[in-house]
Design a protein around this ligand. Structure first.
Ligand code: NDP
Length: 285
């Protein structure tokens, strides 16, 4: 099997701790365990080097297998996983991290995220302190959060003195998260977009279709290019090999300012996933 070795084909960003992260990664939410090895292998062959999983996705072991079977050097890979809600709290986080690492069969993780704030549980600051301890031990290089609101971020920064490296949030043309992105950039937090394609719905949008026609690209490529030019990290998911490849071909064209403005004009506040302020602890995500 050959693996495209153009790691440098994906531009990177530098996180607030100095670690370099590819701007485009491959997400595996809803990739069933039995198809995950093949799907991740397909992504690695195309050239993706950053893989986004989570304990709750039930496929960490398969992600780990695909990474090992690729034979790619560990330092070319960027692996993210996430702490599930029911494991928040200092000690529970340390235990859950060990379990994720056993499933992944890794001795160092690139990025560990708190999956949801679950503010009513009141544990996310202690949970972040556990991530700080794991980082101090060198077991994880970068620590971040997911689905955190501005208020959640302000509390973490105020109480721990450290800004998360990344906030992974729902972000697509119908929900461009303009205010939260501005807050992130003021605090050196990288914005990572989940459901970057709007889980497929925005691929039918007439404005996106028009820009696809103008650029000779597909709707998915136009949306991913918009993410890249906005400065986001994006982690599209697909189990379809042709789409996995299509979604990677976004570094050889540019959208004009006018095209970017038309996409920015699609903001209508539509969420696909739960609102972080009301999300309950055990709901699936
Ligand atoms: P995406 O926006 O990535 O959309 C995925 C859907 O779009 C799938 O149905 C896929 O179909 C389809 N698709 C992908 N590429 C194309 C294409 N080129 N043309 C047409 N259709 C396409 O949504 P996700 O919700 O999967 O988000 C991506 C990743 O974000 C997840 O895998 C996960 O890693 C992360 N995430 C994180 C969350 C969090 O709370 N932190 C929550 C949700 C997601 P098919 O697979 O059949 O090809």
């Amino acid at each position: 099997m050959t693996y495209r070795s153009e790691t440098s084909a994906v531009p990177s960003i530098v996180l607030n701790d100095g670690q370099v992260m590819p701007k485009l990664g491959y997400g595996v939410f809803k990739v069933a365990a039995e198809e995950a090895v093949d799907a991740v292998a397909a992504a690695l062959r195309v050239g993706y080097r950053s893989i986004d999983t989570a304990a709750i996705y039930g496929n960490e072991a398969e992600v780990g297998s695909a990474l090992r079977e690729s034979g790619l050097p560990r330092d070319e890979l960027f692996v993210t996983t996430k702490l599930w809600n029911s494991n928040q709290g200092y000690d529970a986080t340390l235990r859950a991290f060990d379990e994720s690492m056993k499933r992944l069969e890794l001795d160092r993780l690139d990025l560990y995220l708190i999956h949801w704030p679950i503010a009513e549980a009141g544990l996310y600051v202690d949970t972040f302190r556990a991530l700080q301890a794991l980082k101090a031990q060198g077991r994880v290089t970068s620590i971040g959060v997911s689905n955190f609101t501005r208020a959640n971020l302000e509390r973490v920064i105020a109480e721990t003195g450290e800004a998360p490296a990344v906030n992974q949030i729902e972000l697509h043309p119908y929900l461009p998260q303009t205010a939260l992105r501005a807050f992130h950039s003021e605090h050196g937090i990288i914005t990572e977009a989940w459901s970057p394609l709007g889980r497929g719905a925005e691929l039918e949008d007439p404005v996106i279709a028009a820009i696809a026609g103008e650029t000779g690209r597909t709707a998915a490529q136009v949306i991913l290019r918009w993410h890249m030019q906005l400065g986001n990290v994006a982690i599209p998911k697909s189990v379809t090999p042709s789409r996995i490849a299509e979604n990677f071909e976004v570094f050889d064209f540019e959208l004009t300012d006018e095209q970017l403005a038309r996409i920015n004009g699609l903001d209508n506040g539509t969420r696909i996933g739960p609102d972080p302020d009301t999300f309950q602890i055990d709901a699936p995500a």
